[in-house]
Design a protein around this ligand. Structure first.
Ligand code: NAG
Ligand code: NAG
Ligand code: NAG
Ligand code: NAG
Ligand code: NAG
Ligand code: NAG
Ligand code: NAG
Ligand code: NAG
Length: 378
């Protein structure tokens, strides 16, 4: 990528605009960022520094590529990692971009009415090696596209907003998948690898090329307040897939997708077993599921999944006659509606599941109230 140009600060931009204006040139297309009042938001850590995507040449017209602007902004702000960290504001507008990488002690903040649009130009998506616990790519064996928003070997990263939107423009990738034209595995929307202290919150995520949120080999993760939407017939558009992750809290999300809403993973089949990094200590609560039947619980022939206990669950689902489809499992249930399968016999109302007594540490993490100066245009 070309070196990042130095961008002058806002006051210099205003002066330039005024000068150009005095010379009688039409400046109708020119938009200048103005700083407004402080905006408050909840986060695991606040940041000392902040910048706006437009400081780095970003153009929010939905057509201009901002891949370089994101790259330049984040590489500039990475210099503040040891000095209180930095926040990058994505202001109102449509910001087309290819894949970009995050940095540590960093917050990406999407203002209300800010939309990040994923590019459909494959040259904007670098290839990455396959995941070690997957052994091969899922759509194509040889490799995979980097996710839209990618981070590896990081600590203390926040992706949040006032319900700003990330639009994966997935139809391009879904078509290629259906036609068998993919040479690499489709990108995910957000993937964070080998990292800790991660927050992803208060965003609307739509139409990911494949899975939406994929934290892998990571810990100390809070995911909350996400609205995730993809057509129910879109391929493999899982909502949130914590994969070989621990100490993770997923809550207050609304998910409609073409596949799993939340799927806890530990790699893929034999490759995952060989890699040997389980997912553990995960809390999932207050999710809204748009489901057609209650559950399909499928163990392994001659090696059933045991010790399953489901209690205090009421599922509002579709009208399918077969609500529970269970094979090769063993367990109990208590206070569950609709009535579970016979492999999960109902115990008396008072018998709850024997939850482990140890608290998952992420449960007691309180978010701080942070603030920064918001931005609009004139
Ligand atoms: C980061 O950007 C600011 C202005 O936006 C500039 O003054 C500074 O030199 C840049 N830092 C680096 C390391 O490029
Ligand atoms: C992000 O980082 C990975 C390596 O960690 C690299 O392969 C990839 O090219 C980077 N992506 C971008 C857009 O720079
Ligand atoms: C990231 O961390 C993993 C696991 O600790 C390590 O194998 C890998 O080399 C690290 N990658 C980078 C780019 O530092
Ligand atoms: C966020 O935006 C989505 C889509 O516009 C909307 O359905 C949802 O209710 C919003 N959530 C909040 C908390 O405002
Ligand atoms: C973020 O979402 C949570 C619900 O998960 C809500 O309580 C909070 O007010 C939201 N914050 C902002 C800044 O939108
Ligand atoms: C949820 O799914 C049901 C059927 O699966 C569908 O009828 C309904 O429209 C979906 N809701 C949304 C918001 O997509
Ligand atoms: C029940 O699940 C089994 C596999 O576990 C599957 O083969 C079968 O098609 C399912 N039945 C229905 C009616 O969905
Ligand atoms: C289930 O609900 C009952 C009655 O409200 C309550 O006593 C019990 O603690 C609940 N069990 C769990 C595991 O939350």
């Amino acid at each position: 990528m070309n070196p990042c140009p130095k961008f002058s600060n806002v006051i210099e931009v205003i002066l330039t605009v005024l000068l150009v204006g005095l010379q009688g040139v039409r400046i109708g297309e020119c938009r200048v960022a103005t700083r407004l009042d402080d905006l408050e938001y909840p986060a695991i850590s606040c940041r000392k520094h902040s910048a706006v995507l437009t400081d780095f040449g970003g153009v929010g017209d939905g057509k201009t590529s901002n891949t370089k602007a994101f790259h330049c902004a984040i590489s500039n702000l990475s210099h503040y990692a040891s000095d209180g960290g930095a926040l990058l504001v994505v202001p109102p507008g449509k910001w087309l971009t290819g894949s970009f990488n995050l940095t540590s002690h960093f917050t990406l903040f999407l203002q209300n009415e800010a939309t990040i649009l994923a590019s459909q130009d494959e040259s904007e998506w670098p290839a990455l090696p396959v995941l070690p616990s997957y052994g091969r790519g899922r759509d194509a064996p040889d490799g995979r596209f980097s996710s839209l928003i990618f981070g590896t070997n990081l600590t203390d990263v926040v992706i949040t907003g006032y319900n700003g939107t990330i639009d994966g423009q997935g139809s391009y990738w879904w078509d290629k998948f259906h036609k068998g034209e993919l040479k690499l595995t489709r990108p995910y929307m957000i993937e964070i690898m080998f990292s800790d202290h991660i927050q992803i919150s208060n965003l609307t995520l739509i139409n990911s090329p494949s899975w939406f949120v994929h934290p892998i080999y990571s810990s100390d993760i809070i995911i909350q307040g996400l609205t995730i939407l993809a057509p129910v017939d879109s391929p493999n558009t899982d909502g949130i897939d914590p994969d070989s992750c621990s100490n993770t809290r997923i809550e207050d999300c609304y998910i409609v997708s073409g596949d799993d809403c939340v799927a806890v993973k530990s790699g893929w089949d034999d490759y995952g077993i060989k890699f040997g990094m389980p997912s553990q200590h995960i809390i999932i609560r207050r999710l809204e599921y748009n489901v057609t039947y209650s559950a399909r619980l499928e163990g392994i022939d001659n090696d059933p999944f045991t010790g399953i206990c489901i209690s205090n669950v009421t599922i509002h689902s579709g009208e399918k006659k077969l609500q529970w489809n269970c094979t090769d499992i063993e367990g109990v249930s208590s206070n569950v509606y609709p009535k579970p399968c016979e492999l999960l016999p109902q115990k008396e109302e008072k018998i709850a599941c024997p939850y482990p007594d140890d608290k998952v540490p992420i449960e007691s993490v309180q978010l701080k109230t942070c603030s920064f100066e918001s931005v609009s245009y004139f």
